[in-house]
Design a protein around this ligand. Structure first.
Ligand SMILES: Nc1ncnc2c1ncn2[C@@H]1O[C@H](COP(=O)(O)OP(=O)(O)OP(=O)(O)O)[C@@H](O)[C@H]1O
Length: 466
């Protein structure tokens, strides 16, 4: 027993040892702090922490960055939409909420994904943890956003195989059901697209046009929406270009609204005349999202793409070089590059719509097959279109004056906008129809107007896909 006690150090020895160890540690730490700069110390500490956590933790983390290959990462987008639908009941100290419905202040509020907050999810009994991170760059110029999705290591494969498709599908469903469509306009001062709620009520139901033409367009859109495998199979970007041309007031903008409502796509309305140069165009376009319509109205106006220039690529480059510093505008090659070049392979499910009142003014290169796949003539009223407008506005599908009105419509060029304006003037159907007859009669007398030759025309620039 006594020998045992002899081997145990006394309390004073232990205390002395402890004191000298503490002192040595303090001195060492002081020396380290003095000679190793703080960023290097932080780096070493971080690396140690990572090394230990990867050795001793049984978790695996997927990192989902906001950008991927310089484009918006669709997995990030899907995660954001999916998580927004799950945060309402979250027990957290903060939750972003808001609404962008300017006309309706008491509209239902939406939830955002809180930053640096754990969001738990469960999939087939597997516990998952999401966190969204925002990291500001050193110069505070941009914020890097990413999600970390953590699960137990053994479920890594399962999560990849089943959970990723699960939340992507859920997000797609939510997006399809979302109430609001948005129309984006580009704010050059802020270098950003700004959304406004798109509330154009025109649908294919309310768009007056020849039924055969309408059905063909709807079928074309539906085929496009289901065409993922087709486009992949033939190695082409999943995009479709529509050129809407015809006189003012024949429903080109209404057609864009009908397409957006039918497809449930947001619209990016680009004022091409205000784009400074090709570089800016590229930046603007890569900031647009999938399942959207890029709309360029009046493509014939204001830029050098409008003039029927038969320049070669070399001439085009020279023209760009010759531009003065303060010259604004984009070149034809810039526009062409985005229509079928790099940008188109960046996104998926994109519709590009050009509208013009003067198709003949557009450079043929811009609307050749593969760029503008379908050319749709929005023309003056036919008897069918006129009767459809009357039925919609006045709720009548027959009238004694229909015969003379139909004859006149074939003799004069009258736009649906003009007809709509006439019959909207009163709610009394008789007065409205009489007014319309008089209006058409005056038009005929005034002008000796030419007969309407075409009744709405659709031309597939690329017949293989039609
Ligand atoms: N085909 C149509 N069916 C129903 N309404 C139409 C049609 N075309 C025009 N309208 C009516 O006329 C108005 C103007 O039409 P819209 O702006 O679509 O014509 P547009 O061809 O785009 O004209 P612009 O070339 O001047 O921009 C619409 O708000 C709508 O009320």
């Amino acid at each position: 027993m006594a020998s045992l006690f002899n081997q145990v150090p006394s309390i004073s020895t232990v205390f002395a040892l402890y004191t000298s160890l503490s002192a040595t540690t303090l001195i060492l730490r002081k020396i380290l702090n003095d000679i190793v700069p703080k960023p290097l110390r932080d780096y070493i500490t971080k690396k140690f922490a990572e090394l230990f956590s990867s050795h001793f933790q049984s978790n695996f983390t997927f990192v989902i960055d906001k950008t991927w290959d310089f484009c918006e990462n669709q997995t990030f987008r899907a995660a954001e939409v999916y998580l927004k639908s799950r945060v309402a009941g979250l027990s957290t100290r903060e939750l972003p909420v808001g609404s962008s419905d300017l006309k309706n202040p008491d509209a239902e509020i939406n939830f955002g994904v809180p930053v640096n907050t754990k969001i738990f999810d469960e999939f087939e009994g597997i516990h998952l943890e999401w966190i969204m991170h925002n990291v500001e760059s050193n110069n505070h110029k941009y914020v890097k956003q990413y999600f970390r999705l953590t699960c137990k290591k053994e479920f890594r494969e399962k999560i990849m195989k089943d959970y990723f498709p699960h939340f992507a599908k859920s997000a797609a469903k939510i997006m399809r059901q979302r109430e609001n469509l948005y129309i984006y306009t580009y704010n050059q001062m802020r270098s950003a697209w700004e959304p406004a709620i798109f509330k154009h009520h025109t649908t294919f139901e309310t768009l007056a046009m020849e039924p055969k033409l309408k059905t063909t367009i709807i079928e074309d859109l539906d085929a496009f929406a289901k065409g993922k495998d087709f486009f992949k199979g033939v190695g082409r970007a999943w995009k479709r270009g529509y050129l809407l041309y015809g006189p003012p007031g024949t429903g080109k903008s209404s057609m864009v609204a009908a397409i957006a409502n039918h497809m449930n796509y947001n619209i990016y309305d680009l004022q091409i005349q205000s784009v400074r140069d090709d570089g800016e165009l590229r930046k603007i376009l890569t900031a647009t999202k999938n399942k959207s319509i890029l709309l360029i109205e009046d493509i014939d106006c204001g830029t050098d793409v409008s003039h029927r220039r038969q320049t070669t690529k070399e001439e085009d480059v020279k023209l760009q070089k010759d531009k003065k510093k303060d010259d604004f505008g984009i070149s034809l090659s810039g526009l062409l590059n985005f229509v079928d070049g790099l940008w188109s392979s960046c996104g998926e499910e994109r519709i590009i719509i050009f509208t013009t009142n003067h198709k003949e003014m557009i450079d043929p290169a811009l609307i050749r097959p593969g760029r503008m796949d379908v050319h749709i003539l929005m023309d003056y009223c036919t008897p069918y279109v006129l009767k459809k407008l009357v039925a919609m506005y006045l709720k009548i599908d027959d009238h004694v004056l229909f015969d003379p009105i139909e004859k006149l419509v074939l003799e004069v060029s009258v736009t649906p906008a003009e007809v709509a304006q006439q019959i909207m003037a009163t709610k009394n159907a008789d007065i409205a129809v009489n007014g319309l007859l008089e209006f058409l009669g005056n038009k005929k007398m005034e002008k000796g107007d030419g007969k309407v030759e075409k009744e709405g025309e659709l031309e597939y620039a690329d017949t293989k896909e039609a």
